[in-house]
Design a protein around this ligand. Structure first.
Ligand code: PXP
Length: 252
């Protein structure tokens, strides 16, 4: 698969985290979204949390109105969020756990706990025109469960991989990469589109970007932290370059 087929979705949540630390309008996450697109991101991701700790309702409204690139609306599976998303009609909706009882021990969405609620949420968001993804653990059986719920896309949780990398745990990195590769291959073989994200950095992104079935990476925290030192444009360009290198060269 060509390098150009691996998309970078930039998560701008933590621009809002910094803004909210002071209560004023600066820095504006929508401005960061414009800059991210200009710097080479293929889409913007934002997570409207139930507690509104970073992105707020008006940010979502403005992102939807002002950003022409695909908007990926990350959300918990609640009636409130489904109502907002079906009204805003984003390009994509990524269902994520927010409460302890909604997640597996590793951190992905627990698909077995309340399948009817998830199946209903997937169907309603799809009816509103959203491409729905489930943020899940990289396990083959979880791919089957996601498919059974009617989701066209899964986002593989790379958090455990990223933690192993940070800890310098080589065996853990190898084990997690193996899980990611096997889940991606199995997921794609049963018709799922494969995304990945959480905790990815320019240091650890290459082996994940090299997994051939992965077509989108969603990356936020590292890029925003790095932007403090080198600027957002450069941080995104460096990430894009690492992704393209891993995928076998710059896009044509
Ligand atoms: N993908 C999903 C589903 C997420 O919830 C997040 C943010 O936690 C990310 C990707 C991006 O993770 P990070 O900010 O660690 O890059």
């Amino acid at each position: 698969m060509a390098a150009s087929q691996l998309r970078l979705g930039v998560n701008i949540d933590h621009v809002a985290t910094v803004r909210n630390a002071r209560g004023g309008p600066h820095p504006d996450p929508v401005r960061a979204a414009h800059l991210a697109i200009a710097a080479g991101a293929q889409g913007i991701t934002a997570h409207l949390r139930e507690d509104r700790r970073h992105i707020r309702d008006e940010d979502m409204e403005r992102l939807r109105a002002e950003i022409a690139a695909p908007l990926n609306f990350e959300m918990a599976v609640t009636e409130e969020m489904i109502a907002i998303a079906t009204r805003l009609r984003p390009h994509a909706a990524c269902l994520v756990p927010e409460k302890r009882e909604e997640r597996t021990t590793e951190g992905g969405l627990d698909l077995a706990g309340r399948p009817e609620i998830l199946r209903d949420a997937v169907a309603r968001l799809a009816d509103a025109g959203a491409r729905v993804s489930l943020f899940v653990e990289p396990e083959e059986r979880v791919m089957d469960a996601a498919r059974a719920l009617g989701a066209p896309v899964v986002e593989l949780h790379t958090g455990t991989y990223a933690e192993a990398w940070l800890a310098g745990d080589e065996a853990g990195v190898a084990r997690e990469l193996d899980r990611l590769r096997r889940a991606a291959a199995h997921g794609a073989s049963i018709g799922l589109e494969i995304h990945a994200g959480h905790g990815l950095t320019t240091q650890n992104v290459r082996p994940v970007a090299a997994i051939p079935q992965v077509v989108e990476l969603n990356i936020g925290h590292f890029l925003m932290g790095e932007a403090i030192f080198v600027g957002l444009e450069r941080a995104i360009a460096d990430m894009r370059a690492a992704m393209d290198e891993a995928r076998g060269g710059a896009p044509a």
